[in-house]
Design a protein around this ligand. Structure first.
Ligand code: F6P
Length: 377
């Protein structure tokens, strides 16, 4: 993947390549989106004299032509607020719009309508803020000629082309806090506490929160587990006088040779599968086989809620600045990215090619094993 640092400009007098940009926040929301929106607005208007149009509710607003020219009143006070003032949707895809025809649901490509809505609104380029689904849509729009700059976000941290996505740190803070808190009640009642966290098919949240929150067992999608190994560790803790255990399980974790637990399907969505439920199944198994009282906490959308962490705010601000500078310099078809301590950009087409998973042989898993964490393998 070719990386580059973009041409930096802080000159208000430089004539930008485009004068009106649109911004869309799509996919599952996460803390830090408002920091990006504010950053894009302030940089675009203050540094380049551009106008910014906010698109409502993800790509739903692009399809339905619901957009508004942003003013300072839209971004005032939003930096510490979670969610997105523009609204978001993780089911609206311009290339696959559900429509009823003669009583039957069919899917239609409305991407041309989106392009003509943008044209009508005078939007010359789009800043698309999202995870892998949103970035794929943005890439397809770019292939149709739209000028696009993408900004990666997701609590799952599963995008290949950036070291970290914003939203992840805030989710980790919530999940770590939960793992910390569960220790006291687990200890009082001599129980196993199972904490199920989000992350889809990647174990970043489970691994991070488990490690930071002192979990005894961490179960992640990348390391299929054996139930016997889980029981064995809980039993050996009891035998050594530690009468409680904390298990952090990623929603996408699965037993060796088994499948993920699917909570529901949302057919209209780009990725219809919603994972969830492994925590309850696992808890039943442990309680039954180890004969120890077990309870489950499913953290769910708390991980996407609340105020962004300072790290996510700063990353969001830096991403927003970089995205606008790319647009002003006429560098489209790119995604901003964090590499080490630097903000760089990569081709959007490369960025959507694959997701990023925890390396079972990597440094984080190594460190966790070194301090006695078990992965059930
Ligand atoms: O991708 C972010 C995420 O929060 C995942 O971790 C989770 O599996 C999914 O979205 C939940 O989606 P929804 O908001 O549709 O329930």
């Amino acid at each position: 993947m070719t990386m580059q640092s973009s041409a930096k400009s802080s000159a208000v007098t430089d004539k930008p390549a485009v004068s009106r940009i649109g911004i869309v926040t799509a996919g599952g929301d996460c803390p830090g989106l408002n920091a990006v929106i504010r950053s894009v607005y302030k940089t675009a208007t203050g540094q380049f004299g551009m106008e910014v149009v906010g698109i409502e509710d993800g790509f739903a607003g692009a399809i339905q032509n619901r957009m508004e020219l942003l003013g300072s009143q839209h971004v005032r006070g939003i930096l510490p607020r979670g969610g997105t003032v523009l609204g978001s949707s993780n089911r609206d895809d311009p290339f696959r719009v559900a429509t009823m025809v003669n009583g039957a649901k069919v899917y239609e490509d409305r991407s041309d309508l989106v392009l003509s809505n943008f044209k009508e609104r005078g939007i010359e380029a789009l800043i698309a803020v999202g995870g892998d689904g949103t970035l794929s849509i943005a890439n397809k729009l770019a292939e149709k000629g739209l000028k696009v700059v993408a900004i990666p976000k997701t609590i799952d941290n599963d995008l290949e082309a950036t070291d970290v996505t914003f939203g992840f740190d805030s989710a980790l803070r919530v999940a770590t806090g939960a793992a910390d808190s569960l220790h006291t009640t687990a200890e009082s009642h001599h129980r196993v506490m199972v904490l199920e966290v989000m992350g889809r098919y990647a174990g970043w949240i489970a691994l991070g929160a488990g490690l930071a929150g002192g979990a005894d067992l961490i179960l992640i999608p990348e390391i299929p587990f054996r139930l016997e190994k889980v029981y064995e560790h809980v039993r050996s803790r009891i035998a050594s006088g530690k009468k409680f255990s904390i298990v952090v399980v990623g929603e996408g974790a699965k037993p060796l040779g088994g499948r993920e637990v699917v909570q529901r399907r949302i057919e209209d969505s780009t990725d219809p599968v919603r994972l969830g439920g492994i925590g309850y199944w696992l808890s039943d198994q442990i309680e039954h086989h180890v004969q120890i009282e077990t309870r489950v906490t499913v953290l769910g959308h708390l991980q996407r809620s609340g105020s962004p962490s300072p790290f996510d705010r700063i990353l969001g601000i830096r991403f927003g600045v970089e995205a606008v500078e790319l647009a002003a310099a006429g560098e489209f078809g790119r995604m901003v990215s964090l590499r080490g301590v630097d903000i760089v950009s990569v081709p959007l087409s490369d960025a959507v090619r694959q997701t990023r998973n925890v390396d079972p042989q990597g440094a984080l898993v190594h460190a966790a094993r070194a301090v006695g964490v078990r992965f059930g393998d």
